[in-house]
Design a protein around this ligand. Structure first.
Ligand SMILES: Cc1cc2nc3c(=O)[nH]c(=O)nc-3n(C[C@H](O)[C@H](O)[C@H](O)COP(=O)(O)OP(=O)(O)OC[C@H]3O[C@@H](n4cnc5c(N)ncnc54)[C@H](O)[C@@H]3O)c2cc1C
Ligand SMILES: COc1ccc2c(c1)CN(c1nc(C(=O)N(C)c3cc(Cl)c(F)cc3C(=O)O)c(Cl)s1)C2
Length: 469
């Protein structure tokens, strides 16, 4: 559908390039300004995590632009977590049924695929090595600075900032309107290591998200197409700084990740920890996401989150679906689309930012492999017992498009019911003991307790149904 509206997108990262694909497909004249050089011409793109977990929300957005098949074909399914114990034992915990898996995708390949797909449209143009420096929110103009400091001024019907957690457009919007903003750096940083293939084969089980939950020192590994694993080590900056010598480093790894040392190799561990500076992790929330009918921010620019739910990119991709749906609903009337976007998306983006932060705090403080195992097994058991009414939170987040704030609300209800059942079971158990102590005949006890349990089961099932569905 051809329309003459001009859209300028700031940032050709994952969200900007997917947005560009979709808006070009809708017939807008799209111009994308990206501060970095074209990553397709670069040998090595520094900085970002090398691979990412793609789940349902992100896949739906890729489907919207016809790229889901291609991305899934080039990704690696992860059907379960593989929990690595301190004693080297491994415990697989499935994500769900056979068809429930997440994908490990290569960030750079994904970004290049999106750029190539966008450029197939003749109504799109990419301008690299140009960064947004100024905006005139009244006149609907923005200025971009080129590599030679020259300035390009753009006028457009809609400017969309997809320029990441440290968004320039958001910063400029903050000076022009009452935009509420909050950010939080967490005390943890991360570095990435690589597990090389062994005899040209994956060094660990392939279709798994490998986790070494060690409270404050968590490590995660996702598989790559080249049979390596990108391993992300999360630790407080003060711990990274305390590992000064090669001996400190190896001693630390042998204490906390003994099974990973031979996989990573002592040389690689020492060299990486000595030469690589841990990168920071930031959570950003803001409101509103728009000004008037011409200015909008999406993706990390609007809601950067810590990665402890693997949802940042998925949420940013889902932003593009929400925008698309609202453009349909309001027939491209941006004066209605933008406020509606903020009202609809803010509650959900805030919910997932909070969930990710909550999971970070939980994982950092209490979750070693035993507890992680127990929680996931409990989740999976309850889902088997009450398949129609108990849905683990991670399932709602990663395997459905349930609105993020509804995931949180349903989980709160489920928690309440579990607590209620806990008390009831405690009562039953106590009652059972009392009855036994009173010496009533065992067969009478058995029928009584069996009745209780079957009543309890049907009560829980109906209550869950009533509350949750
Ligand atoms: C360690 C780690 C692990 C992660 N794991 C996952 C995961 O498993 N699953 C998941 O879904 N998400 C994950 N994420 C989150 C994911 O990386 C981000 O949510 C995603 O990259 C956000 O995309 P974006 O396009 O909004 O921003 P970005 O990817 O940051 O892209 C912003 C783009 O804008 C450009 N830009 C910036 N300023 C300007 C300017 N002034 N002018 C022009 N261009 C500009 C930048 O150069 C960049 O290209 C992880 C993040 C980290 C840090
Ligand atoms: C590239 O760097 C990174 C860094 C962190 C992550 C990812 C990629 C991908 N991540 C995913 N997290 C979930 C999830 O829902 N939860 C609750 C989990 C949260 C943590 Cl922290 C964890 F270790 C396991 C699970 C789990 O359930 O497997 C997925 Cl599902 S995928 C976290």
């Amino acid at each position: 559908m051809e329309n003459t509206k001009n859209v300028v997108i700031v940032g050709a990262g994952l969200v900007g390039s997917l947005n560009a694909c979709n808006l070009a497909k809708r017939g807008f004249h799209v111009k994308v300004y990206e501060r970095r050089p074209d990553i397709r011409t670069q040998q090595h793109v520094k900085g970002r995590s090398i691979n990412l977990a793609l789940s349902c929300r992100g896949r739906e957005a890729l489907k919207m632009v016809g790229l889901e098949e291609t991305v899934v074909r080039n990704g690696i399914p992860m059907r379960a977590r593989m929990i690595h114990d301190l004693d080297g034992k491994r415990h697989p915990i499935p994500y769900g049924e056979k068809d429930q898996y997440i994908m490990s995708v290569d960030r750079r390949n994904l970004n290049e695929l999106l750029l190539n797909a966008a450029e197939k449209h003749d109504n799109i143009e990419f301008v690299f090595e140009h960064k947004l420096v100024r905006c005139n929110f009244e006149s609907g103009q923005a200025e971009f600075e080129g590599p030679d400091k020259s300035i390009v001024t753009e006028t457009a019907d809609l400017f969309i900032g997809c320029d990441g957690a440290f968004s320039s457009l958001r910063n400029l919007m903050m000076r022009a309107t009452r935009l509420n903003y909050q950010q939080e750096y967490i005390p943890h940083g991360y570095i990435e290591l690589t597990i090389q293939p062994t005899n040209n084969e994956f060094a660990m089980e392939v279709n798994y998200l490998h986790i070494w939950p060690r409270n404050e020192y968590m490590m995660i590994a996702l598989p790559n197409q080249d049979k390596t694993y990108t391993t992300t080590l999360f630790m407080p900056f003060k711990v990274f700084e305390s590992l000064q010598t090669e001996d400190d480093i190896i001693k630390f790894f042998k204490e906390n990740y003994p099974d990973a040392v031979p996989l990573l190799g002592e040389g690689h561990i020492k060299q990486t920890l000595i030469t690589t500076k841990a990168q920071s992790l930031i959570s950003v929330k803001c409101y509103p996401y728009h000004i008037g009918s011409n200015w909008l921010i999406m993706g990390d620019a609007a809601h950067a989150m810590v990665p402890f739910y693997g949802q940042g990119m998925n949420a940013g991709f889902e932003d593009c679906i929400v925008l698309d749906e609202l453009m349909n609903k309001y027939d491209l009337d941006f004066s209605q689309v933008l406020p509606a976007y903020t009202e609809k998306r803010h509650i959900d983006a805030t919910a997932i930012c909070d969930l990710a932060m909550y999971n970070y705090i939980e994982m950092r403080s209490a979750v070693n492999s035993k507890l992680f195992l127990l929680r996931k097994k409990m989740d999976n058991l309850l889902q088997k017992l009450f398949p129609n009414s108990w849905i683990p939170l991670y399932t709602m987040v990663s395997f459905t498009r349930t609105r993020y704030h509804e995931c949180v609300a349903r989980r709160a209800k489920q928690d309440k019911i579990i607590q209620y059942c806990g008390y009831t079971l405690l009562l039953l158990a106590t009652g059972g003991v009392v009855v036994m102590v009173k010496g009533v005949g065992t067969d009478h006890i058995l029928t009584t307790v069996t009745d209780w349990f079957s009543q309890l089961y049907s009560y829980i099932e109906t209550t869950l149904h009533r509350f949750i569905l």
